[in-house]
Design a protein around this ligand. Sequence first.
Ligand SMILES: NC(=O)c1ccc[n+]([C@@H]2O[C@H](COP(=O)([O-])OP(=O)(O)OC[C@H]3O[C@@H](n4cnc5c(N)ncnc54)[C@H](OP(=O)(O)O)[C@@H]3O)[C@@H](O)[C@H]2O)c1
Length: 280
Amino acid sequence: MKILIIGHKGQLGRTIMHTPTAHELVGIDLPEHDITDAADVIPTILALAPDAVINPAAFTNVDAAEADPDLAYRVNAHGAGNIARACHQLGVPLIQISTNEVFEGTAETPYDEWDQRKAESVYARSKLAGENAVRFYHDNVLIVRIAWLFAPGGANFPGKICAAADKHGTLRVVDDEFGNPTYAPDLVPALLALLDQQAPPGIYHIINAGSCSRYEFALEVLRQAGRGHIPVTPIPHTEWPRPSQPPLRALLANRAAAALGIQLRPWQEAVAEWAQRETT
Ligand SMILES: NC(=O)c1ccc[n+]([C@@H]2O[C@H](COP(=O)([O-])OP(=O)(O)OC[C@H]3O[C@@H](n4cnc5c(N)ncnc54)[C@H](OP(=O)(O)O)[C@@H]3O)[C@@H](O)[C@H]2O)c1
């Protein structure tokens, strides 16, 4: 199968491109191709004639999105819609990567795939609009929601925690925001499995097993990355003001992919591999 990765230079895109697979992987990204430019990206996708498309491309700077909602919507909603239009013309499946932030994050228990969405931040609302846009233009769409993505070498929470620990020697980390770490090298085989199995269109939650607070995530990262001696003070999110407020408890339950036998290992095991790959 020829699989086209949109945004192949980003954290998840790069991880897909580096994954050993029998499939042919091709990618497009900025600055050569801009998904907001329908007149460029649709003919480009048609000319590449992939058998399937995975779209991790997005405006992902959650805080910056608050100051530029127009760009966030153009990329995350209209751009995603352009890709879906091309996939519809080709008649091929599209995996659209989405986020746990489409949920309000007030539920005690994890959200199921079919639960009511209520996005709060600009980024979250633009990603929710992206979910709607791809399904408006195309019927063979698999929306894969993930959370707290990390990969070796990427700009992500574990990397920032280690860098801050090395710089300051002590840390304050929010302990009342909860999520599901999602290790990109674990996620990619799951995405390919959805395509290999010709999984039905719909919504899938694919995250590493288990959940944690930012504080617990930081402690595990520091422990596994040889920095367990760094003192970490738990703080409420109100003491870490940001331009955008992420949902405090948008935990995801994997029901649809699990029914197909697709589940990721516990997040602590993924952190161990991440730390080992970062330090070798
Ligand atoms: N990171 C997380 O914690 C997280 C959590 C939940 C869901 N997600 C979702 O997971 C997906 C992948 O995240 P990631 O961390 O891999 O993101 P990333 O590293 O920011 O990669 C996104 C890629 O998309 C490209 N891009 C941005 N605007 C574009 C445009 N107009 N046309 C073409 N390409 C464009 C970016 O290029 P530039 O770098 O040049 O802008 C970048 O290469 C995203 O859909 C995100 O919403 C991420």
